[in-house]
Design a protein around this ligand. Structure first.
Ligand SMILES: Nc1nc2c(ncn2[C@@H]2O[C@H](COP(=O)(O)OP(=O)(O)OP(=O)(O)O)[C@@H](O)[C@H]2O)c(=O)[nH]1
Ligand SMILES: [Mg+2]
Length: 448
């Protein structure tokens, strides 16, 4: 079973709290504040790993929580930052976060920060002023991002084998590579994609064998539909066509069925270059095989619209007559594949299928950019609600049971205009105010 889908929840670490502490030294009666800052919470990062092949590991574990930052300590010691939580995913994994951000990890080492750790709170020494020399409060660390992340694996292969069930795709893969897919004389032998590696002239090509396609596959008929996605990122398709099907079906019609399914799944898929393999040549006479090939060359060439200078019309759509039973033309086919698949650059630029591999937005996160705006709402019970990401984060910073922290917060709310907005809406000092789920009595005295 190839596990090509998973949903996981990720939670980045909370920032450590800032410390409330005062210097104590022999012979110094009153030391100043020396509380250290809290450390940053750890990020959750997905990292592309070459040693993974599918998303199976996520069946056992679907929740990931990164470490919190350490709390600050006295004597200006800062809390340690949490260690980044790295989660391996196989090459070809497409990651979608809750806000719709997509990452496409194709080469080993690529990273996507899917949840960012909360920042640490500052220790009390930051709040000392000329009028408040011994602040008895610090900031709290903020919570890390959390959310649901969807993972989808689209295999990365250079070449995809497509064709009707029983056409001989798996037999071909078994001949060309060391893969040992199941081969049998009935349709739908292959139930999930199998990858094999062709090695020739110092090059390696990954070939994907997918379940046979039938009419309506792109709408869900048969098995092939789910797996068409796995050949979306190939750079060449080998259409395997039985020269003389035992069921008496017409190869021309069979060919059209497959091409139509590719087209209706995704026109970009249909636009990939092709090689036509006429399979099972050992079951017909050599003359028949040659005639068949000639007829196909003519047919396909007639469809070619533009021919580059360096190629003849016939070279545009190569037709290879093979037999997996006798090994006929395996070497020719292998050369043709190597010749037609562009070299992969190590910088990862021309790495995958049509139009793919846009630059990676490596450091995007769930947080949609902090917003300084806020809204004031009068509640039915005479209280007030202030909403807005910036103010909510500010309130999360302080322990409001602590009078000094509350007074400091009131000062901040006054400075960013929240108190004025409340007052112009009819607020009276002492009314209840709720911000970010925290209810408190706001009684801003004079300026602080
Ligand atoms: N004589 C002969 N038989 C072949 C050849 N290639 C495949 N076959 C036979 O054709 C049948 C189907 O082959 P597979 O390779 O399983 O076909 P497939 O296209 O992978 O089929 P699905 O997985 O069902 O889509 C098997 O019985 C094979 O032994 C060939 O070159 N010569
Ligand atoms: Mg097969």
């Amino acid at each position: 079973m190839l596990y090509d889908n998973a949903k996981i929840t990720v939670q980045a670490g909370r920032g450590g709290d800032g410390c409330i502490s005062f210097r104590r030294e022999a012979h110094v009666p009153k030391g100043g504040p020396d509380g250290g800052d809290g450390g940053r919470g750890a990020d959750v990062v997905l990292i592309c790993s070459d040693s993974l092949r599918d998303l199976q590991g996520f069946r056992r574990r679907g929740q990931f929580k990164a470490d919190s930052g350490g709390h600050g300590q006295g004597n200006q010691r800062h809390g340690a930052s949490g260690e980044t939580l790295e989660i391996g995913v196989p090459p070809g994994t497409i990651i979608t976060t809750e806000d719709g951000t997509r990452y496409d990890l194709t080469t080993a080492g690529q990273r996507a920060v899917v949840a960012q750790g909360g920042s640490g709170g500052r220790g009390n020494r930051h709040f000392a002023t000329s009028t408040r020399q011994a602040p008895r409060f610090g900031e709290r660390g903020l919570a890390g991002d959390e959310g649901l992340v969807t993972l989808q694996l689209k295999l990365l292969a250079d070449v995809g084998l497509v064709g009707l069930p029983n056409a001989g795709k798996s037999s071909l893969l078994a001949r060309l590579t060391r893969a040992q897919p199941k081969v049998a004389n009935y349709p739908f032998t292959t139930l999930e994609p199998v990858l094999g590696t062709l090695e020739l002239d110092d090059r390696q090509l990954v070939i994907a064998d997918i379940p046979g396609l039938i009419e309506g596959a792109s709408e869900g008929a048969g098995l092939g539909h789910d797996f068409l996605a796995h050949i979306e990122r190939t750079r060449l398709l080998v259409h395997v066509l039985d020269l003389a099907p035992l069921d008496g079906s017409d190869p021309l019609e069979n060919y059209r069925v497959i091409e139509a399914e590719l087209e209706s799944h995704d026109p970009r898929l249909a636009a990939l270059p092709r090689i036509l393999v006429l399979s099972k040549a050992d079951l017909v006479s050599p003359e028949e095989a040659n005639q068949g090939a000639a007829a196909w060359r003519q047919r396909l060439a007639a469809n070619v619209e533009e021919v580059p200078e360096w190629e003849t019309q016939e070279e545009m759509v190569p037709v290879v007559v093979t037999s997996s039973a006798t090994g006929q033309a395996m070497e020719d086919l292998a050369r043709e594949l190597v010749h037609r698949v562009p070299v992969v650059t190590t910088s990862g630029e021309v790495l995958v299928g049509p139009g793919a591999n846009q630059a990676l937005p490596e450091h995007q996160t769930f947080r949609p950019g902090s917003d300084r705006g806020f809204k004031v709402n009068a509640n039915d019970d005479g209280g007030w609600t202030v909403s807005g990401e910036g103010v909510e984060r500010l309130v999360a910073r302080y322990d409001l049971e602590n009078e000094e922290a509350l007074a400091h917060l009131e000062g901040r709310l006054r400075r960013i205009g929240v108190v004025r907005a409340l007052e112009s809406a009819g607020f009276k000092p002492g009314d209840d105010v709720e911000i970010g789920g925290v209810l408190f009595e706001l009684d801003p005295g004079g300026p602080i």
